[in-house]
Design a protein around this ligand. Structure first.
Ligand SMILES: [Zn+2]
Length: 147
């Protein structure tokens, strides 16, 4: 929702006009900021090179509309999906999500070998803490009691 503050004296027609102009401006700004699937692919490629010596391969990578998890990796067909809300995260947290899913290309479980891969990303623990805090805040805002 867009809330626009206008002078009381402004005629209704002008208010509509400004609401229109302002909402188009905000839309354009949001579009510029929204990371695209290509940007996700680009980051994944760089992380693959830097942390896995470029050894990992996948079939597809992109954002998806889901709210209950931050990311997923279909081990069998090599499809990596990152929740669209992840686009708003700082780059270093988004990179952690990618590293986590990239590591799933090698290990489908969360065992010791998986963690060895995941921890190649130096900010893994910090990013996990960031996401935990974010999820905790989100669920307390929703009045949910499970974290
Ligand atoms: Zn996982």
């Amino acid at each position: 929702m867009l809330e626009l503050v206008v002078p009381v004296s402004m005629p209704l027609a002008d208010r509509h006009h400004w609401a229109e102009v302002e909402s188009r401006r905000l839309e354009r700004r949001a579009k510029r900021r929204r990371p695209t699937d290509e940007r996700l692919l680009d980051r994944a490629r760089r992380l693959n090179d830097r942390l896995f010596a470029g050894a990992l391969t996948w079939n597809s990578i992109g954002f998806t509309d889901t709210d209950h998890q931050w990311g997923s990796c279909t081990f069998t067909d090599g499809a990596i999906r990152i929740a669209r809300r992840g686009a708003a995260l700082p780059d270093w947290v988004l990179d952690y999500l990618l590293v986590h899913e990239l590591a799933h290309l090698v290990h489908s479980d969360h065992g010791a070998e998986f963690h060895e891969l995941e921890n190649r990303y130096a900010l893994t623990e910090r990013a996990k803490g960031y996401l935990l805090a974010l999820d905790a805040r989100a669920s307390s805002e929703l009045g949910a009691d499970e974290v």
